[in-house]
Each structure stands twice: as structure tokens, then as C-alpha cells.
Write a protein that binds this ligand. Structure first.
Ligand code: 13P
Length: 287
């Protein structure tokens, strides 16, 4: 069922677990993630960056594919289709295309401008029944051309954005998109605790879920994180499984070059990664 992410994240927050956002790139990704969520009876959020939306020929294609797959695969767990790190224009495009949730990433604007644009988009999103995520304090690293410095968010600015009626908040706490460098300092739990204190029971979002050690994930959930984004890790496991298949020469045996065979190990690897994350986040059986 395609739903907004509001209810699933309220439930997660109250139940002390987190719902995974897994980014999609194509049919294989979407199918693997939906199948795993259904098998594990877990709610799930499908994240779509603007780059991935463009790659899939546009947000309308994405909505049509996801809605049809939910129906054809008999997916009964709650599924949110969510724009990841949306621009102001991208948010409007996704609202029009039938997404059930958007993220407006105004973290690179001065706080006043972030507040004004978020305020407007909250009204529009809610009038259309979508949930909305906002961001304060940029997430480090690079994702699909969105580059962030990775500073920790100011808890007072988080409160100003949370008070606009958003449904969940992404706040930088030393997290980074992509692989973490050797000298990474870890998550700033003091910042996380201060943000949660200022924002009451607002579900918090942890971006950069790839490579964060399990104990840090658990502590973040304890401190109020109810949504965790994972993108790079599915890409890495897909690439490794595909490489193994080709290096073993399997694409040259029989009809091993058939795309449905060639892409199968990668899809299975994505399923395994998603399963591991859902178990770690505690969302299994929570649909
Ligand atoms: P990773 O690619 O590091 O898992 O981050 C995903 C993310 O935060 C999407 O917004």
C-alpha cells in the first residue's frame, strides 16, 4: 500500500525502532526492496534522489512503476515513495507525479530562507496528503551531485524548522553519505540528544546509513532516530555480486548473458543487505 510516511514513523518512534529508507535506481532495486519488506512484514520507504528520478526518465515513471509493482506483487506492507534531498522545484514535481512523501533539503540556504521555503512546502504537501521531511545542518559527502560539508546541526535551528509542522527532521550529526573515511569521528550523540530535547517527539532521520556500526545505530534509535537512509550499501553489494558472477565467467556459460540471469545475483545481494538493515533497525514484523 502506498502511504505517506507519517504514521509509520510515529509508530516507529513510539516503538523505539527505525524504518529504513532504501534508495531505488531501477526495476531490480525496487522489486528487491519491496519483496524483502513484504517477506519480513516491515514498513519501508523507497527513496528517490533527483538524479535517480532523472535516470528512470522522470518522477511519473517512478510513481507508475512503484504503484504497479505494489499491486502486481501483492505488497500489503506500508510503502512510502519519498523524494530524497529534493530541491524546491523537485518537490513540486514529485507532488504532481504522485509521490506519497517528499524531503525538502534547504540546508544550503540561510536558515531564514530554509524556514520560508519549508513552511510553504509543508502547507502544499499536507494539503495533498504527503508527508514532508526537512533538513538542518548539511550531511557530509556527496550523493548524486548533492554535496554537503557535514557540519552538526544547531538545535535551535532544528526547533525553528520542526515548529513548521514537518513530519520528520534530518539533522546533521557528523553523518556522511557514502563510505565513512578511516578517520571518521563517529556520530555526535550530544548533538542528537540536544536536537531531540528541543524538538520534542519529532521523529529524527539519520542519513548516511551505510557503514555506521551497529552499536551507533542502536544508540541513535534510543535517542530518537526513527528513519535511517541507506543507499551506497545496496550499490556496493549489487556491484560485488555482479562482479563475482562475471569474474566466474558465468555470463559466458549457457545463456548466462540473459539480463534476467546477469542481474539476479546483484538483486539477491540487495535483498540480503535490506534484510540485515531491517533486522538491525528493528522494523521486522512491524507492518
Ligand atoms: P548512504 O549512501 O551513505 O547510505 O546514505 C544514504 C542517504 O542518506 C540518502 O539520503
Amino acid at each position: 500500500m502506498l502511504v505517506s510516511a507519517t504514521e509509520m514513523l510515529k509508530k516507529a518512534k513510539a516503538g523505539h525502532y527505525a524504518v529504513g529508507q532504501f534508495n531505488i535506481n531501477n526495476l531490480e532495486w525496487t522489486k528487491a526492496i519491496l519483496a524483502t519488506a513484504q517477506e519480513l512484514n516491515s514498513p519501508v520507504i523507497l527513496g528517490v534522489s533527483e538524479g535517480a528520478g532523472k535516470y528512470m526518465t522522470g518522477f511519473k515513471t517512478v510513481t507508475a512503476m512503484v504503484k504497479a509493482m505494489i499491486e502486481e506483487m501483492n505488497i500489503t506492507v506500508p510503502v512510502a515513495l519519498h523524494l530524497d534531498h529534493g530541491t524546491y522545484e523537485g518537490c513540486y514535481k514529485c507532488i504532481k507525479a504522485g509521490f506519497s512523501s517528499i524531503m525538502f533539503d534547504g540546508s544550503h540556504y540561510p536558515i531564514e530562507e530554509n524556514v520560508e521555503k519549508t513552511r510553504e512546502l509543508v502547507k502544499v504537501a499536507h494539503a495533498m496528503g504527503l508527508s514532508i521531511e526537512a533538513e538542518v545542518g548539511s550531511i557530509g559527502g556527496e550523493e548524486d551531485g548533492v554535496v554537503g560539508a557535514g557540519e552538526c546541526a544547531d538545535p535551535n535551528e532544528c526547533k525553528a524548522i520542526a515548529d513548521l509542522g514537518i513530519d520528520f527532521l534530518a539533522a546533521g550529526i557528523g553523518n556522511i553519505h557514502g563510505k565513512y573515511p578511516e578517520n571518521w569521528q563517529g556520530l555526535s550523540f550530544d548533538t542528537l540528544a540536544a536536537i531531540q530535547e528541543k524538538t520534542g517527539d519529532m521523529p529524527l532521520v539519520l542519513h548516511g546509513g551505510t557503514g555506521i556500526p551497529a552499536d551507533m545505530i542502536k544508540k541513535a534509535i534510543d535517542l530518537g532516530v526513527a528513519k535511517i537512509n541507506v543507499n551506497t550499501e545496496c550499490q556496493l553489494s549489487f556491484a560485488a555480486a555482479t562482479r563475482e558472477y562475471i569474474e566466474a565467467g558465468k555470463d559466458q556459460q549457457g545463456k548466462g548473458f540473459d539480463p534476467r540471469k546477469l542481474l539476479a545475483p546483484g538483486a539477491a545481494a540487495i535483498k540480503e543487505t535490506v534484510k540485515e538493515k531491517m533486522e538491525l533497525f528493528g522494523s521486522v514484523g512491524k507492518a
